[in-house]
Design a protein around this ligand. Structure first.
Ligand SMILES: O=c1ccn([C@@H]2O[C@H](COP(=O)(O)OP(=O)(O)O[C@H]3O[C@H](CO)[C@@H](O)[C@H](O)[C@H]3O)[C@@H](O)[C@H]2O)c(=O)[nH]1
Ligand SMILES: [Mn+2]
Length: 764
């Protein structure tokens, strides 16, 4: 890729003027041109349809509706990709530019010790504790929504190992700081034959890590007979959804050592059946408050339990964007991409499409108002999370000392009744971090920290509505980021050469469906809430083009309806001997053909540029079609049910693992369960097979004109089958590789109904 710098590079002679980062505009003339060509082809198709609409019935109207929708989506995509920006950061220059690095609170959320094995959380925590940043400026808070003694025990044991791991990493400048990754990395393989001291240390650390793993494994196996003595007594009567707050300081960096081990705090917020806990957003808000009364750092990094820090310098990189010139203060948060480790060969479950999206769409949005907040791998300013707007920020800190009783009352009304939190929040909002004597004695605040983690704490406050992580969507991340943009803030995208964070992508059919359904649900919920991007553009400071970019993701769910209609259409044509595509003899025949070819070549080139193979590209295209017509459809359903008040939306956790555990004989093969989400896909395959067979045999509904279904419809039907091949294979699979009988029955019934409807429609 070629880059053009938009900023005159500062002279080498004066280190003070060297920028901490540069915004680099990506050259994309060719890309824009191809995107425009696709756009004009889409328009031509629409015009072709419009001109002949009168001669055809409902089917053409439906096709026209779908194609208009695809054109609309394409406009949204073009808008989002138009001016991509890359940020280049120079952490080496921080030393000369910044006197003292600011403290950062590190948040990790975990919720289920079975779906999210504690060893994964432990590795994430270790990678954070070992970051290249003064240890006395870091504090790591782990929220455990599972309130699991095993998770707590694992962290206690991990801390012992951390005392060995951190000095080891720093001494030998180890790059991979999540031990499970390091011990299977090339870095480890090549390091072993360097010096003998290094070699000895490695062997020792490796053995200690193996021991840590064994201890955690044993604890997991015996989790039901846990001995609730001493520090574990708090867990003795814990029911997962009904227990008091537990906050434990696992480690305190009492001596304030820059090369020591950062604070480590365990938090299991109170849960009561009659209080909504708001899933991850609720957990994040508790972390904000607990850290608010303990360390109150001006910056916060949040990661999911599986997202370990892969780039040890990531905080320094983020600081390059967050600190610095006046203008850079407008950056509310710095988002790093979600990259994955240990994927399955050829990416059969389509995790790479997210990577490609982050390579093209996100830098594009970065050129407007800044990337969406993605829920993990993100650095936030605490004052922005506390509701500050860019205008407030300008006058911040001016009259800190004059702030009186009245102001304090206002803050109490927003933040709740903890005096300590009110005090720390006013300091944060008034920009007096310098004045806050960062307490080295965080244990002193333990009692207050436990109180602010109670579920009644948020009653009559603005937590979740105006401050903190917002409630009301299972995509709390996008909702929270949107509200920040709506206040007029910008955000920045940080994608250093060595991936900042790595996590696990879902690796089975049902897990992918769960995640995609939740995303579609959550994103659509945002469209219908009072913080929707449209309202934010009209009433607040969301830029119009940023609004369009938000719309692109918010309506993922809605895309399922035209996508589903469009993939059913060719089968309908074959069944009723009608057509929707131009005939080979018409000139217009080349419109859809060139559309398909150019579009696919464009997406293929994007995948190849990201370093993926043709096979990965194909698998991702296939998965996109599958999720769009199945999981997203169910996302829409759950939003509809919520809107009519029948049921609320749920955050279902995605299963995380360290990859193949050997029980899966073929990890790349698609798996199924008896969830209704697999019915549409199964039905589609049945429908197209039936339609193709009947058409080949010449058995169609009577009463059609001479111009029947032709090459276009047959090709499309075959393409649909090719895309849904995993389902076709699923008919013959065994166990989890096979489609359950109940799903097949439901599909047969719906296809039967559809064919009956086709016959009725064509004879009428
Ligand atoms: O009640 C809950 C539910 C979830 N989580 C945590 O939320 C995180 C994300 O959950 P996960 O199941 O991994 O969802 P993903 O689909 O992988 O997450 C993506 O999408 C979510 C929004 O749908 C964002 O919150 C995440 O940051 C983003 O990585 C995990 O750390 C969970 O432990 C909680 O703390 N409490
Ligand atoms: Mn996840």
């Amino acid at each position: 890729m070629q880059f053009r710098s938009t900023r005159v590079k500062a002279s080498m002679a004066n280190p003070i003027t060297l920028p901490l980062h540069e915004r680099i505009l990506r050259k994309n003339k060719l890309k824009r041109a191809t995107e425009l060509v696709i756009f004009f082809l889409l328009l031509s198709l629409l015009i072709y349809r419009l001109r002949l609409l009168h001669a055809h019935g409902f089917v053409w109207l439906l096709a026209f509706f779908c194609e208009s929708w695809f054109t609309f989506i394409w406009i949204l995509i073009m808008n989002a990709k138009w001016n991509p920006i890359d940020n280049k950061t120079y952490p080496d220059r921080l030393r000369t530019r910044i006197h003292e690095l600011p403290p950062v609170d590190l948040f990790v959320t975990t919720a289920d010790p079975v779906l999210e094995p504690p060893i994964i959380t432990v590795n994430t925590v270790l990678s954070l504790l070992a970051l290249d940043y003064p240890a006395n400026k870091l504090a790591c808070y782990v929220s455990d929504d599972g309130a699991s003694p095993v998770t707590f025990y694992s962290l206690v044991e991990a801390l012992k190992f951390a005392k060995l791991w951190i000095p080891f990493c720093k001494k030998y400048n180890i790059q991979t700081r999540a031990p499970f990754q390091y011990f299977s990395s090339k870095e480890f393989e090549t390091a072993r034959d360097v010096s003998s001291k290094f070699h000895k240390d490695i062997i020792y650390v490796k053995e200690e890590y193996a021991q840590l793993c064994r201890k955690i494994e044993t604890a997991e196996k015996n989790s039901t007979q846990f001995a609730f003595t001493k520090e574990f007594s708090a867990f003795s009567k814990v029911e997962r959804r009904n227990h008091q707050s537990i906050v434990k300081v696992i480690w305190e960096n009492k001596d304030n050592l820059a090369d020591g081990v950062p604070h480590l705090v365990y938090v299991a917020r109170e849960k009561q059946p009659n209080y909504p806990h708001h899933y991850k957003a609720g957990a994040m808000n508790v972390l904000v408050r607990v850290s608010g009364v303990m360390t109150n750092s001006p910056f916060m990094l949040n990661v999911d339990c599986d997202m370990f820090a892969n780039n040890a310098q990531v905080v320094l990189h983020a600081m390059c964007l967050l600190l610095g010139s006046e203008n850079e203060r407008e950056i509310a948060y710095v988002q790093c991409p979600q990259h994955f480790y240990g994927g399955i060969k050829d990416d059969p479950f389509g995790a790479s499409s997210l990577i490609v999206l982050q390579e093209y769409i996100v830098p594009g949005v970065g050129g407007i108002q800044g990337p969406f907040y993605g829920g993990t791998g993100c650095f936030h300013r605490r004052n922005v999370i506390y509701g500050l707007s860019p205008d407030d920020a300008k006058i911040q800190g001016k009259n800190y000392l004059s702030h009186g009783k009245q102001e304090e009352e206002a803050i109490r009304a927003k933040f709740g009744c903890s005096a300590q939190l009110v005090k720390s929040a006013s300091q944060t909002l008034l920009g007096s971090h310098e004045k806050l004597n960062c307490p080295n004695d965080i244990t002193r605040s333990l009692k207050i920290a436990t109180q602010v983690a109670d579920c009644s704490y948020e009653s009559d406050t603005l937590w979740g509505t105006k401050i903190g992580w917002l409630y009301g969507s299972t995509a709390e991340d996008v909702l929270t980021g949107l509200q920040i943009h709506a206040r007029g803030w910008r955000s920045a995208y940080l994608s250093p050469e060595r991936s900042a964070f790595l996590g696990c992508a879902p690796f089975a059919g049902p897990a992918v469906m769960t995640q995609q359904k939740r995303w579609a649900t959550g994103l659509l919920e945002i469209l219908f809430c009072k913080n929707s991007p449209i309202i934010a553009t009209i009433k607040a400071n969301l830029k119009f083009r940023q609004c369009l970019s938000y719309l692109y993701i918010n309506i993922w769910g809605l895309r399922s309806i035209p996508e589903l209609c469009y993939v059913v259409l060719p089968a309908y044509c074959l069944l009723t001997n009608t057509y929707i595509f131009p005939k080979v003899s018409e000139n217009a025949f080349w419109i859809p053909i060139s559309l398909v070819v150019i579009y696919n070549l464009t997406t293929l080139s994007e995948y190849l540029h990201c370093g993926f193979s043709v096979k990965v590209w194909w698998n991702n295209q296939r998965m996109s079609r599958i999720t769009a017509t199945t999981a997203w459809l169910f996302g829409v359903l759950s939003v509809v049910l919520k809107l009519i008040g029948l049921s609320d939306t749920v955050f279902e956790i995605t299963r995380k693992d360290q990859g193949d555990d050997g029980t899966n004989t073929n990890p790349g093969q698609f798996t199924f369960d008896d969830s209704p989400v697999f019915v549409p896909g199964t039905a589609l395959v049945l429908l197209h097979v039936t339609a193709l067979v009947l058409w080949t045999l010449g058995i169609q509904s009577p009463g059609q004109s001479a111009l029947g279904a032709g090459l276009g419809e047959v090709i499309c039907s075959l393409l649909v089958l090719l895309n849904f091949l995993p389902f076709l294979i699923g008919f013959f699979g065994k166990g989890s590789y096979g489609i359950p009988l109940s799903t097949i029955c439901k599909s047969v019934a719906s296809v039967g109904l559809f064919i009956h409807f086709c016959r009725r429609a064509s004879t009428n």
